[in-house]
Design a protein around this ligand. Structure first.
Ligand code: ATP
Length: 283
């Protein structure tokens, strides 16, 4: 085998709570993450010497700054593989959107090279490497539905969420996750998610209870600085969304719709209004 292609699925936050800041400045989170069908494709192949990377867009770096490149380098350091590797990313997930695109690419790169070169790392070992790359990478290796705690390294696999039909809309600008966390002030939060209730809702396959518990505490920061995000939330609700919540640190907003038809109708209208709009569902 000279190459293989691995899907890199975006994530949404069914909930997102920030519990506090540790002494090393990392934030402790408690959140339920969910994979969705929107995906990049990461192709890893044996090629040349060292590690090289490119993609179908200038919106992401084609060097060490790309998280997928750093993932490959970390794997090389850990296992000492000597083969040349080329990484090609077909980017479909919007960048700096709160959908974990970089983390998904890094996870797919670890999985892909491990398989391609027969390195034999277990999923647990890949997750350990993922931790060193970013808070969402361990989850992206696992996929599905999971409670994510600590600084992203404590994963609890949850019952698969019921199919949720989603419309994602992203305004023109991106948002820096680091900046949002820097500005986050626990005292300003007006609504926190009840993660226990959301976990219970998943166990009971109770979609209404789940949707009612979708809360993202980072909205307090992002909405204050980017009123456009609040406007997209209102627009989603006016189009019949059961709930409209910001994804991660934003600025993408997801509208949760009662079914495929309702989501499609909203998608058609929103596509005319925002630069990046996606119709997708949980997987
Ligand atoms: P996070 O919350 O993990 O920062 P996000 O979904 O908000 O994720 P990403 O799309 O991962 O944002 O991009 C965040 C930053 O990471 C961008 O500035 C981008 O240039 C950089 N980046 C590095 N590698 C990638 C990649 N493979 N895909 C997307 N962005 C990448």
């Amino acid at each position: 085998m000279t190459g293989l292609t691995v899907p890199a699925y975006a994530k949404i936050n069914l909930t997102l709570d920030v519990l506090g800041k540790r002494e090393d400045n990392y934030h402790e989170v408690s959140m339920i993450l969910q994979s969705i069908n929107l995906r990049d494709l990461v192709t890893v192949s044996r090629s040349g010497k060292g590690i090289t990377i490119d993609s179908n867009t200038a919106a992401i770096p084609a060097d060490y700054d790309n998280l997928a490149y750093r993932a490959a380098l970390l794997l090389k350091e850990r296992t000492g593989f000597t083969e040349g590797i080329h990484i090609y990313i077909e980017k479909n997930i919007p960048v700096a959107a709160g959908l974990g695109g970089g983390s998904a690419d890094a996870a797919a790169t670890l999985i892909g090279i491990n398989y391609l070169l027969g390195l034999g790392l277990t999923p647990g070992e890949l997750i350990c490497l993922g931790k060193q790359l970013g808070a969402d990478v361990p989850f992206c290796i696992l996929g599905g539905t999971a409670l994510v705690e600590g600084i992203g390294e404590k994963l609890t696999i949850l019952p698969k969420a019921p199919t949720l039909w989603l419309v994602l809309a992203k305004p023109e600008f991106g948002v820096s996750t680091a900046e949002v966390y820097r500005r986050f002030d626990k005292n300003k939060v007006t609504e926190r998610p009840d993660n226990a209730a959301a976990v219970e809702a998943l166990a009971r396959e109770d979609m209404e209870l789940l949707v009612a518990n979708m809360v993202n505490v980072l909205e307090t920061v992002t909405l204050e600085h980017y009123p456009e995000v609040a406007r997209i939330k209102d627009r989603m609700l006016s189009l019949g969304a059961m709930r409209a919540v910001m994804c991660g640190s934003g600025p993408t907003v997801m509208g949760v719709f009662g079914g495929q038809k309702e989501a499609e109708q909203a998608y058609v209208l929103l596509k005319e209004e925002y630069p990046e709009v996606f119709l997708t569902r949980t997987r």
